[in-house]
Unconditional design. Structure first.
Length: 328
């Protein structure tokens, strides 16, 4: 039997309930994995509230790390006993053991702990596809200015370090002085407390009025429209999350008026459709972590049974860095 965090209806943290259910054996192309740690992400909140709809009842959770217990037919890259980690659709990581598609699961290097693996896969692979695959016209080169909202969050602190490794001048925004200090400590060249400062004016001041080549925006409603004012002509605005709600509808004529801008709304899972693509991205992420260029900061740990409090904390923006749920 598996201990599983499930919702039967959309709503607040109170809808999260622990239940027990049979696990069974993996079928073709599947594995059974016993989790040592599970990741916590804002996308979990979107799914709990119904912003991102899924069939109910639903087990939440998009990333975890543990040990492979069994493999189904056709699975060749994993064996029972392997240390493994994943960021995966469908949801289902909030549990102690599950059966799931093998294509999204990769071996976890011995140098990376289970907690780090659970905290880094979705967030780290997000930073990977943003910086490696979601670039402005002409790409990104050392010295380029980029703007990142929510720079002290789980994705943010990884992204700050990744940008530093690429030689980028990352301008991070956050909602407190403490979070701004965290962003600077992790590689941001500049930090803006948007609770006290006009981030558009500050970005223009930092860049001598030019703006940045790209904005990476996971905040959404509260920042998206003003992010358009931060980029150079032909620049790119990337909305990859909605922590404050979905951005308002966009009049595409505004893009012309503000400098023939580009806008995209990507998702990680477009990049994880095959094991080969997943493995290549994970190899890049693992190399950044094992080299020491990116360190995975885990600031909050919760028992799996305390998942409702974890959701309250992440929604209240009380968390920094990454958070994990511990099934044991």
């Amino acid at each position: 039997m598996a201990k599983v965090i499930q919702i039967a209806k959309y709503g607040g943290p109170e809808v999260l309930q622990m239940v027990e259910r049979d696990v069974g054996d993996p079928g073709p192309g599947e594995i059974r994995i016993r989790h040592h740690a599970c990741g916590l992400n804002f996308i979990d909140v979107y799914q709990r509230t119904g912003l991102y709809g899924n069939p109910l009842p639903l087990t939440l959770g998009m990333e975890a790390a543990g040990v492979v217990e069994a493999v189904g037919s056709g699975v060749e890259h994993l064996r029972p006993g392997d240390r493994a980690a994943y960021a995966s659709q469908p949801p289902g990581a909030y549990c102690d053991v599950r059966v799931m598609p093998a294509k999204s699961v990769v071996r976890l290097p011995e140098a990376i702990s289970f907690e780090q693996g659970a905290a880094m896969m979705l967030k780290g692979l997000t930073a990977q596809y943003l910086f490696r695959k979601t670039q402005p016209q002409g790409g990104l080169r050392p010295g380029d200015f980029v703007l990142l909202h929510a720079a002290a969050g789980g994705v943010g602190l990884i992204a700050c370090q990744w940008a530093r490794a690429m030689g980028l001048q990352l301008i991070g925004t956050a909602g407190s002085e403490e979070k701004c200090r965290l962003a600077l400590e992790h590689g941001a060249a500049f930090a803006i407390n948007y609770a006290k400062e006009d981030f558009v004016a500050r970005v223009k001041s930092i860049t001598d009025g030019r703006g940045v080549k790209v904005v990476y925006d996971a905040v959404g409603k509260d920042t998206f429209e003003r992010s358009l004012d931060c980029v150079v002509p032909l620049g790119l605005v990337v909305n990859f999350g909605n922590a404050s709600g979905k951005p308002p509808p966009l009049d595409v004529g505004v893009l012309m008026a503000k400098g023939s801008l580009y806008v995209t709304r990507p998702t990680l899972f477009t990049h994880l459709t095959t094991h080969e693509s997943t493995q290549a991205m994970a190899d890049d992420l693992f190399a950044m972590v094992t080299s020491g260029q990116v360190k995975i900061r885990i600031d909050q740990r919760y028992a799996l049974a305390d998942v409702a409090q974890a959701h309250r904390d992440i929604e209240a923006r009380k968390t920094t860095g990454s958070s994990v749920l511990l099934p044991g």
